[in-house]
Design a protein around this ligand. Structure first.
Ligand code: G6Q
Length: 556
C-alpha cells in the first residue's frame, strides 16, 4: 500500500487552468445578481453534517467553479493523501511521523503501526486513567499535601499545549464545574505572577503540559510554580502531590520530580496543535468533567465520519477548504477573518490562527521546491459584535477584500432579554451587507432628493465573500465537531497546496537565536556586544543601559 503523500504541483493540473479562467469571468459579476438569477442558490450551496450547517453561497463562485475545485482536489491526489493519512503513513515526512490525532477521538481503533504499536489501545488506556484522575480530583478524594481538596488548576504550557484547552475551556464555560482553571503560557513573569495572586498553594494543582518537556517558557513557569509552592508551604510541601505532567517525555518528567503515576502520556503521532484531544485536554476534562470531555471527543468523531464518508460536494471540511483555495489563489485574497458571534468562542480565532497558520504557512513543496503560488492566508478575528465596532469598517469599505467565516449557535446558554436575538440579527445582517452592498442609487433614495455631501462615502461596494456556520447550541459535541471541521479543512488545503501541513520548522530559528542573545543580556552591562548585526547590537546595548539605569531615555 502506498502510504506516501502525492507530489503534485496544483498549478499544473487542468482544473487550475480552468479555475484561472473562471476567476476572470466571475470577477466581473455581482454576487447579488447571482442570487437574483438563481432562487435555489442558497439551498444548493449549503451542506450539513455532525450538527453543523454551512452556507457558502455568499462566495463569488458558481456551479462550474465548484465543479473545477472538486476536480482540482481529485487531480492533487486527494484519495492517495487520505489513504496515507488514515492508514498511519508517516505523512509528517520531515519529522518522519504519522499523523493520527483522529485516533484520539476513536479509542480502541484497530490500526497497528509498522513498529507494532496500536495507537487506539494506548489512547483507551490513557483515557481511562485520565477519567479516574479527573473524577478523584473533582470528587475531592485526591487532595493536596496538607489534606485540602483542590480548588484551582493551573495549566502551564504554550502553543499547542495551551491554545486548544484554553479555547475549549472558554467555549464550554457554561458546563464548567467548581474547579477554577487558569492558563499560564507566556514566559513573561507577569503571566505567572498575576495568576498566582489568585491561588492558594494548598489547594492548587499544576498541570505541566509539554509534549517535549523541554520548552523554555513552560519549564521556566513550572520551575517558578514549584519554588512558590515550596516556599509557601515550607516543610509541609510535597511537590509530587501538586504536579501532574502531560507529556511524551517520561525521562524529563521524572527528572523534574513528577511521579510517573502522575504523568499522562501522549505520542509523537500527535502534533502539538492537534493535541487538545489527548492528555493535553486534562484541564478541559477537569473543568467540564469526564463525561462532557468524552462528548467533546465524540463530536469530533462525528465530524471525522462525516469527512470520511460524505461525497466531496456535500462535505463540510472539503467545501470550506476549496472555497478558501478559490478565494486565496484565484481571487487573490490574502487573509481570512474568523468571526464567532459567541462570546464563549472568544479564543477560537487565536486557536485557529495557530492550527491554520502553523500548518499551512509554508513556502516549500513536498519535493523541496519553492512554491510558485500562495499557500495559507493570514487568519485573524474577534468575536462579534465587538468587531463590528472596530475593524469591520475595513472589511466593508477598505481596499482589500477579506473573506469572513461567521459562526453562530441558534440557542444560547445565557437566555434572558433580547441579547441572543440582537447577536444573531447582527451576524446575519453583516454577512448580508458584505454580499449585497449599497449602491449610489440606494443611498440617494434614502436622501429622498435632499442634498447629501457624504453620499460617495455611504456607498458599499458589496461582493465581499463569507461563509456562515450555524449549529443548534454550542455543546461539547458541537465544539468538538467545529474544531475537527477546521482541522480537516486545513488538511485538505495542505493537500491542494502540496505542502507538509504537520511540521513547523519556521518556529526554530528564533528559538536558536534567542539562545545566543540570552548570554548578551546576562553579561556585564558595560561589556562589548558582538556576534550580532548592528541593529540587534544597538538594541541590546540600549536595553542594558536602560535596565541598569546607566542612561535615561531622551525626553523622559
Ligand atoms: C504545535 C507546535 C508548538 C508546540 C509548542 C509547545 O504544533 O509544535 O506550538 O505545541 O511549542 O511545545 P511543547 O508541548 O513541547 O512544550
Amino acid at each position: 500500500m502506498n502510504l506516501r503523500l502525492p507530489r503534485i504541483n496544483p498549478t499544473e493540473t487542468s482544473a487550475w487552468k480552468q479555475l484561472t479562467h473562471s476567476a476572470q469571468v466571475l470577477q466581473g459579476q455581482r454576487l447579488q445578481d447571482l442570487f437574483g438569477a438563481d432562487p435555489d442558490r442558497a439551498e444548493r450551496m449549503s451542506a450539513e453534517g455532525a450538527g453543523w450547517f454551512l452556507d457558502y453561497s455568499k462566495n463569488l463562485l458558481d456551479d462550474q467553479t465548484l465543479h473545477h475545485l472538486l476536480k482540482l482536489l481529485e487531480e492533487c491526489g486527494w484519495e492517495q493523501a487520505l489513504n496515507a493519512t488514515r492508514n498511519g503513513g508517516a505523512i509528517n515526512e520531515t519529522e518522519n511521523r504519522a499523523v493520527l490525532h483522529t485516533v484520539l477521538r476513536d479509542p480502541g481503533h484497530p490500526l497497528r503501526l509498522s513498529d507494532g504499536s496500536q495507537p487506539g489501545v494506548l489512547v483507551e488506556e490513557v483515557l481511562n486513567r485520565m477519567e479516574k484522575f479527573v473524577e478523584s480530583v473533582r470528587g475531592g478524594q485526591l487532595r493536596g499535601c496538607t489534606g485540602q481538596a483542590f480548588t484551582d488548576v493551573v495549566n502551564m504550557g504554550i502553543g499547542g499545549s495551551d491554545l486548544g484547552p484554553l479555547m475549549a475551556c472558554e467555549a464550554l464555560a457554561p458546563y464548567a464545574g467548581p474547579l477554577r482553571v487558569h492558563f499560564v503560557s507566556n514566559v513573561d513573569g507577569a503571566h505567572w505572577q498575576r495568576t498566582l495572586l489568585r491561588l492558594n498553594p494548598e489547594t492548587t494543582l499544576f498541570l505541566v503540559a509539554s509534549k517535549t518537556f523541554t520548552t523554555q517558557e513552560t519549564m521556566a513557569n513550572a520551575q517558578s510554580a514549584r519554588n512558590w509552592l515550596t516556599q509557601a508551604l515550607g516543610e509541609r510541601a510535597k511537590v509530587k502531590d501538586h504536579f501532574v505532567a502531560l507529556s511524551t517525555n517520561r525521562e524529563k518528567v521524572v527528572e523534574f520530580g513528577i511521579d510517573s503515576e502522575r504523568m499522562f502520556p501522549f505520542w509523537d503521532w500527535v502534533g502539538g496543535r492537534y493535541s487538545v484531544w489527548s492528555a493535553i485536554g486534562m484541564s478541559l476534562a477537569l473543568s467540564i468533567g469526564f463525561e462532557r470531555f468524552r462528548e467533546f471527543l465524540e463530536g469530533a468523531r462525528q465530524m471525522d465520519l462525516h469527512f470520511w464518508e460524505t461525497p466531496p460536494a456535500r462535505n463540510l471540511p472539503v467545501l470550506l477548504a476549496l472555497v478558501g483555495v478559490w478565494n486565496r489563489n484565484f481571487l487573490k485574497m490574502e487573509t481570512l477573518a474568523v468571526l464567532p458571534y459567541d462570546q464563549c468562542l472568544s479564543r477560537f480565532p487565536a486557536y485557529l490562527q495557530q492550527a491554520d497558520m502553523e500548518s499551512n504557512g509554508k513556502s516549500v513543496d513536498r519535493e523541496g521546491n519553492p512554491l510558485t503560488y500562495h499557500s495559507g492566508p493570514v487568519l485573524w478575528g474577534e468575536p462579534g459584535t465587538n468587531g463590528q465596532h472596530a475593524f469591520y469598517q475595513l472589511i466593508h469599505q477598505g481596499t482589500v477584500r477579506v473573506p469572513c467565516d461567521f459562526i453562530l449557535a441558534a440557542n444560547t446558554h445565557y437566555p434572558g432579554g433580547p441579547h441572543h436575538r440582537y447577536l444573531s440579527a447582527n451576524a446575519f445582517a453583516q454577512a448580508q451587507a458584505l454580499m449585497q452592498g449599497r449602491s449610489l442609487d440606494e443611498v440617494r433614495a434614502v436622501s429622498a432628493g435632499s442634498s447629501n455631501p457624504a453620499e460617495a462615502y455611504q456607498v458599499f461596494e458589496g461582493n465581499r465573500p463569507s461563509n456562515f456556520l450555524l449549529c443548534q447550541r454550542l455543546t461539547p459535541a458541537a465544539l468538538g465537531a467545529l474544531v475537527a471541521l477546521y482541522e480537516h479543512k486545513i488538511w485538505v488545503q495542505g493537500v491542494v497546496w502540496n505542502v507538509f501541513s504537520y511540521d513547523q520548522w519556521g518556529v526554530e530559528l528564533g528559538k536558536i537565536l534567542a539562545g545566543k542573545v540570552l548570554p548578551l543580556l546576562e553579561e556585564d552591562p558595560q561589556g562589548e556586544v558582538s556576534g550580532v548585526d548592528s541593529s540587534t547590537k544597538a538594541l541590546v546595548e540600549r536595553w542594558r543601559r536602560w535596565q541598569d539605569g546607566l542612561e535615561k531615555p531622551k525626553g523622559s
